[in-house]
Design a protein around this ligand. Structure first.
Ligand SMILES: NC(=O)c1ccc[n+]([C@@H]2O[C@H](COP(=O)([O-])OP(=O)(O)OC[C@H]3O[C@@H](n4cnc5c(N)ncnc54)[C@H](O)[C@@H]3O)[C@@H](O)[C@H]2O)c1
Length: 252
């Protein structure tokens, strides 16, 4: 539940990977602020369930965002069925934990495709729509790993998120001329399915907590609050940034 008061009525927001976890919390925060939310996920059932929970006018748009043709179809459908596209949140992500020497090429390529290339596909498709409508907001969900902070056995993930931070800045520079702001959000350790296995190890949790000044792991709503702010007019002079939301774990 977000405590920030933002009025997004009249705006259409697309959130990728919003069937669960951080994306679902972001979709909820945007909907509670008045946006009509397009809920994407590769898992059609969870996208449909999340859209039903949000209620009208939210709708599900299941698609694999690593497929450029599917992304083009999805964005055209969002504009056609929801009347526009003003906010895009690239949240869908995957993570493998494999040492480099054991990483299959397919695993590397899949991680880069979902975590990095998908943002290029969605921005390429959404950019002209936002430009022609007079502007928009894009938020890319990266990670503190995007600051080239090595995590054990996650080379493809770290590389994809560092790439996403770089792409965010490049996109912000080019899209500023169209009144489109582009920022990245870099979560620390957040309690979702993605971290469930690691969180089941008490020693791992203790190591994390020792390194987090605020003394707790993050919740999906902690990330959603920052995304909501970035989508608001309060962030109107803010673009090309990669902002950590991690309880103080990383201080740059
Ligand atoms: N949980 C964390 O600690 C953490 C930390 C830093 C960054 N992040 C990032 O936040 C984002 C959300 O993570 P989460 O923790 O909620 O993960 P999650 O695994 O709980 O949810 C990810 C969602 O993305 C969907 N998805 C996966 N591949 C997809 C595809 N090709 N097309 C469309 N949807 C797809 C999944 O079905 C799932 O619903 C990811 O980009 C992740 O890298 C998470």
């Amino acid at each position: 539940m977000s405590t920030l008061s933002v009025d997004l009525s009249g705006q259409v927001a697309l959130v990728t990977g919003a069937g669960r976890g951080i994306g679902k919390a972001i979709a909820r925060a945007l909907a509670q602020s008045g946006a009509a939310v397009a809920v994407n996920d590769i898992d059609a059932a969870s996208a449909g369930q999340a859209a039903r929970e949000l209620g009208d006018p939210a709708r599900a748009f299941p698609a694999d965002v690593s497929d450029p043709a599917a992304v083009e179809r999805m964005i055209a459908a969002v504009v056609h069925e929801m009347g526009g596209l003003h906010i895009l949140v690239n949240n869908a992500g995957i993570e493998y934990k494999t040492p480099i020497l054991e990483t299959p090429v397919e695993e590397w390529q899949e991680t880069l495709a979902v975590n990095l290339s998908a943002a290029f596909y969605t921005c390429k498709a959404a950019g002209p729509i936002m430009r022609d409508a007079g502007g928009g907001v894009i938020v890319n969900i990266a990670s503190i790993a995007g600051h080239n902070i090595p995590l054990p056995n996650r080379a493809s993930y770290v590389a994809s998120k560092a790439g996403l931070v770089g792409f965010t800045k490049e996109c912000a520079r080019e899209f500023a001329a169209y009144n489109i702001r582009v920022n990245a959000v870099c979560p620390g350790v957040i309690e979702t399915e993605m971290t469930a296995e690691s969180r089941s190890n008490p020693q791992q949790v203790a190591r994390w907590l020792a390194d987090i000044p605020q003394g707790r792991l993050g919740q999906p709503d902690d990330v959603a609050g920052l995304v909501l702010f970035l989508c608001s007019d309060g962030a109107r002079y803010l673009t090309g940034q990669a902002i950590n939301v991690d309880g103080g774990k990383v201080m740059l």
